[in-house]
Write a protein that binds this ligand. Structure first.
Ligand SMILES: NC(=O)c1ccc[n+]([C@@H]2O[C@H](COP(=O)([O-])OP(=O)(O)OC[C@H]3O[C@@H](n4cnc5c(N)ncnc54)[C@H](O)[C@@H]3O)[C@@H](O)[C@H]2O)c1
Length: 307
């Protein structure tokens, strides 16, 4: 039975659909984190990456992260084994044919994401939902490359997914209430707190966070301070748990640059111009932690500033 209730925007709330099998596209930092929390919450997970070599690394990474939770007494060894056993790696989108919800967490590039949706849709059941973990790209535009814009929305997890409490929920222009309610209930079942954002470039968290990170890179570029000085200043002077350059390395400098491009192009304001030094690091392939080099060099025992 469905229950109806009007929300503040006058929309009628409908009951959530039951979800049991989740597809995750992209087995990078975010996709592995999403697979981790879904499997621990009892969902079967199909984890897909176009790069086959990423899949065994992803499963090993998830096992290592869950082992830390076992050591800290957060989960039992048995829970960990069951959860890891629920994750099925696949290297093609055909593997997602039976999922109830597909979560796209591939590289932050609109062309790549659009191609994934075009290829994915014919394999999905008609009633399956699609969510994207994009950090910045228009949900309405991405939805338009699917055959089901009403069953599509933004579900933006934070990094690292098992640790961070928030997910942002973003409706596209066509997202229907059943999709929104289902995805919100799903996020709550993962133990997350939700915040709703309108579909504007970079939504809420990154609209505020990324210009700060970009400004930190300008501060470095203009020689106002070294990597170490800038991070120490913001950690101790603004009480941030991580310095902005350390955080940029953690997010991935390619992702940071993509988000700045989306803000710059989407809002047409020069204050969002990506710092040339950020561009240079990305061009060098120094993408942060995932490439073992960014504003810090992670190849040794302790991170060493690169400037
Ligand atoms: N890093 C963060 O802090 C963060 C936080 C929230 C959201 N996000 C978003 O999550 C998404 C993924 O980011 P990430 O940090 O995990 O990036 P990542 O570079 O770690 O992983 C991206 C993965 O996508 C895979 N991929 C690329 N093209 C593909 C395709 N056609 N089909 C399937 N897989 C493909 C790559 O092989 C890679 O494994 C992006 O949209 C990003 O904006 C990132």
């Amino acid at each position: 039975m469905r229950t109806f209730r009007a929300d503040r925007a006058g929309r009628e709330a409908v009951a959530a659909m039951q979800l049991s099998k989740i597809g995750v596209i992209g087995a990078g930092q975010m996709g592995t984190g999403i697979a981790h929390v879904c499997s621990l919450s009892g969902y079967d997970v199909v984890l897909m990456d176009a790069d086959k070599s990423k899949l065994p690394l992803a499963i090993d990474g998830i096992r290592a992260n869950m082992s830390r939770q076992v050591v800290r007494g957060k989960i039992s060894e048995e829970t960990m084994q069951t959860a890891v056993g629920r994750i099925h790696p696949v290297d093609s989108l055909e593997g997602l044919a039976s999922v109830d919800l597909a979560i796209e967490a591939a590289t932050e590039n609109e062309e790549i994401k659009r191609r994934i949706f075009v290829e994915l849709c014919p394999h999905l059941r008609d009633d399956a939902l699609i969510a994207t973990n994009t950090s910045s790209i228009s949900i309405t535009r991405l939805a338009a490359s699917t055959d089901r814009p009403e069953r599509f929305m933004g579900l933006h997890f934070m990094n690292p997914v098992p640790v961070m409490a928030l997910v942002e929920l973003i409706r596209g222009i066509a997202t229907d209430e059943e999709t929104f309610t289902t995805v919100r209930e799903f996020a709550l079942k993962l133990g997350k707190t939700t915040a709703n954002s309108e579909d504007f470039p970079a939504f809420i968290v990154n609209r505020i966070l990324l210009p700060m990170i970009n400004e930190a890179v300008y501060t470095l570029y203009e020689g106002v301070g070294s990597v170490e000085a800038i991070d120490t200043a913001m950690r101790l002077g603004a009480n941030h748990p991580m310095g902005p350059l350390q955080l940029a390395d953690f997010i991935g400098l390619d992702t940071c640059l993509s988000i700045m491009h989306v803000l710059y192009e989407g809002l047409a304001d020069s204050k969002y111009r990506p710092c040339p030094l950020l561009v240079k690091y990305v061009e060098a392939g120094w993408l942060g932690r995932k490439a073992r080099r960014g504003f810090y060099d992670y190849r040794g025992d302790v991170p060493v500033p690169t400037r």
